[in-house]
Design a protein around this ligand. Structure first.
Ligand code: MIG
Length: 634
């Protein structure tokens, strides 16, 4: 059962689609302290586990750390962090004595102390007092999540080809960069469906422009790629470059569609294009206007986009820069000692994404001015909704691919997400795995991490192991940062191993796609912690490096270097399957612990007794996939 409790006059975040009558706040079942900020408290029992919070660091079980819902351009996903790009305010508390779900619908900052200051207390601080609480009772974790999913609406479904393998790189710029990625995949028997265009394709990082020197006839280029069944997916950043004569800026400025300073002038800040205006995505007209800009690219054949920098990221603002300069000047005129040195460093480093800046600009919501910091967490979601609403109206559902970096619950209905700037670290394979069930709980089904890692230099074995997890994630994209070691599948001397692993993806697409659709239709999670399916199994409850997939499978990737396999826990008898190219290896294993060997070119998978999964013939593109003649294994 879902109970809603309203405090004050909450901002309409569009997270919940169901109409639910709210009860008196006095009946709220958890301890609640009211004030300028609201605090929710409850005791944690010894065996309580806490699931949820979507995109976040640390474990599947979130207990024992302090998290903050505050959409952040966080470039290092280490366990000391509190926030990443998304703000997903839903948790499930699960113990023997009681199980419940809690969704806090609030667009500003929320702090989740889940047994951090005191091991047996949860203390959730909401930075405001206009908020909707949803409290969900249920017998099982799955049931609680399903009830929640039913009130937030069905998850986004992308076009079928978006389940193919995708290659990306910050730094592909000229036309030949893209054609060579395409051709190298084909020549090496490596499948591919999409190539991403990062900010380099634009003219001076201006949204909705294409650099004419790099792409003399962009339309013909897009057509040529399409003829090879390759979709080009350009990036769109939140900030619009301030430049007279650039129509998007001129129009946005004239119509008052950018976020404002208190004096009514446009708030300006520095991001990749230089000084930008931030479109006011919370304003309905601005949203429609920005959404319709995508048409410029759609008209020339583009059918997918990724939205970036929409937390929003602010490298600096004019006021921040002035403050930092004054501080530096002051320091420079003195003898700089060690503290002066740190002062200088701080002056520069704290300029980025500062709370001062987020507190200084305003949105115009139906004539009412709202300070950004109070609605920060829905900015990116509303950017993506702007595009998605336009797409659906003009082109229909499931026609265009769109996913975002920043998100809030609600955006799961209109788009996917990717997990942002991870590293080419082994531990980030595991972080990728742990995030999957957490974001699924919050409705985000079309998702994935930068396979191979974004920052730092990859190695071939790391990429292979990571791909063997990516084979199961709806968004399967290899992406890396500018200046890092090349990580396309053909860059390594054992290219055949990569062909073997990528072939498995295409063999599994019918299964993955069907499971994905079903999970969207039935408000289910595609990936679940073992704890959800085997609540009475002590060992299963604590497993943090294996996941249930759909109703048939369990996955357990190898995520450590120089390992020829791993230990895996089977909560029931299962068939251990290894897929590699056209090869299939199967072995029946009984409930319990096993060490399984997995070569670098193999994808491990476990299928439950009496279940079977379909496999297609491996192909090099989704357009070539035969989804009718399937072979069932299990
Ligand atoms: O400040 O567009 O997360 O995927 O390659 C970096 C360049 C901006 C961050 C994204 C990343 C993308 C990069 N962007």
């Amino acid at each position: 059962m879902i109970r809603k409790f309203r405090l004050g006059k909450p901002f309409d975040t569009k997270a919940v689609t169901a109409k639910i009558e709210s009860e008196s706040i006095d009946a709220f079942p958890l301890d609640l302290t009211l004030g300028e900020m609201c605090v929710v408290m409850f005791t944690l029992n010894g065996d309580d586990m806490i699931f949820g919070l979507g995109e976040a660091v640390r474990g599947i079980n979130k207990r024992g750390w302090i998290y903050e819902s505050w959409c952040s351009d966080e470039t290092e996903h280490t366990e000391d962090k509190r926030s990443l790009y998304g703000a997903h305010n839903f948790i499930v508390v699960s113990g023997k004595k009681r199980k419940f779900g809690l969704f806090i619908d609030f667009p500003g900052k929320v702090e989740w102390d889940l047994g951090y200051n005191s091991r047996d207390k949860a203390k959730i601080t909401i930075c405001g007092n206009n908020v909707d609480f949803y409290y969900i009772d249920g017998d099982t974790e799955r049931d609680i999540v399903k009830q929640f999913r039913q009130i937030i609406g069905k998850s986004y479904i992308p076009p079928f080809w978006a389940f193919g393998y995708q290659q990306s790189c910050w730094g592909y710029s000229k036309q030949s960069d893209f054609t060579s990625v395409r051709d190298n995949h084909r020549e090496n028997n490596l499948p591919l469906d999409c190539i991403y265009m990062d900010i380099d394709y634009m003219e001076d990082f201006k949204d909705f422009t294409v650099n004419k020197e790099l792409f003399p006839d962009f339309e013909a280029f897009v057509r040529d790629m399409k003829a090879h069944n390759i979709h080009l997916i350009p990036i769109i950043d939140a900030g619009v470059k301030k430049e007279k004569g650039y129509s998007v800026y001129d129009e946005g400025h004239k119509k008052g569609y950018f976020c404002k300073n208190p004096d009514g002038t446009d708030f300006e800040c520095g991001v990749w294009p230089g000084i930008v205006g931030l479109p006011d995505f919370l304003n309905k007209d601005a949203r429609e206007w920005f959404g319709s800009q995508y048409k410029k690219l759609i008209d020339i054949g583009i059918d997918g986009f990724w939205n970036d920098m929409n937390e929003p990221t602010l490298f600096y603002s004019k006021q921040g820069l002035d403050k930092a300069k004054a501080k530096l000047n002051d320091l420079i005129n003195r003898d700089v000692d060690i503290w002066g040195f740190f002062g200088m460093k701080d002056a520069v480093m704290t300029m980025q994404n500062s709370m001062d800046d987020y507190s200084s600009f305003y949105h115009n919501v139906d004539g009412e001015l709202i300070c950004h910091k109070d609605v920060h967490n829905i900015y990116g979601a509303f950017m993506t909704n702007a595009a998605a609403e336009y797409f659906e109206r003009e082109y229909g559902r499931e026609k265009l691919l769109i996913f975002s970096r920043a998100s809030y619950i609600g955006a799961h209905r209109t788009s996917g997400i990717w997990f942002g700037d991870n590293y080419s670290w082994w531990e980030h394979i595991l972080l990728n795995l742990k995030m999957l069930p957490s974001v699924n709980m919050c409705g985000f089904l079309y998702c994935g991490a930068d396979l191979g890692g974004f920052n730092n230099n990859v190695t071939g074995d790391l990429l292979l192991r990571w791909l063997a997890l990516g084979v199961f994630t709806p968004l399967m994209r290899n992406h890396r940062a500018l200046g890092t070691r090349a990580q396309e599948a053909y860059q390594f001397d054992n290219t055949e191993d990569f062909a073997d692993v990528l072939a498995v993806r295409y063999r599994l697409i019918p299964y993955i796609y069907k499971t994905f659709r079903r999970c969207s239709d039935e408000d289910e999670m595609m990936f679940r912690p073992l704890a959800f399916d085997y609540p009475d199994d002590k060992i299963a409850r604590e497993v943090e490096d294996q996941l249930m997939l759909g109703e048939e499978c369990m996955i357990a990737p190898v995520y450590e270097q120089n390992k020829n396999g791993r230990t895996v826990y089977l909560p029931e008898d299962m068939t251990f399957i290894k897929l590699s190219g056209e090869d299939i290896f199967t072995e029946k294993l009984t409930k319990g612990l096993h060490y399984v060997e997995v070569n670098l070119n193999e994808v491990p998978l476990f299928v439950k007794e009496n279940k079977k999964i379909p496999l297609a013939k491996p192909v090099l593109n989704t357009a070539e996939l035969d989804t009718e003649n399937l072979k069932y294994i299990g």
